[in-house]
Design a protein. Structure first.
Length: 70
């Protein structure tokens, strides 16, 4: 499968995931919204780790400078 998440995109996803996780674990956001934040953070980390975003693939978007194969 083609990788479609570039380096800058990965860093942004990791930073946003960290902020969401910090908000959850410090108790700033609780309940259903906190759970949603944690799920979104996990998805962002997974897409950053595997450099593959399903929505990007669906719409044909890539943030890589050159599309890469596995």
């Amino acid at each position: 499968m083609n990788k479609n998440v570039g380096t800058t995109d990965r860093v942004i996803r990791i930073v946003i995931a960290a902020v969401l996780a910090i908000l959850y674990f410090t108790g700033s956001v609780t309940g259903t919204l906190g759970t949603i934040f944690l799920i979104v953070a996990a998805i962002l980390l997974l897409t950053a780790a595997f450099r593959l975003c399903g929505l990007y693939a669906l719409f044909g978007v890539t943030t890589c400078r050159t599309p890469q194969k596995d």
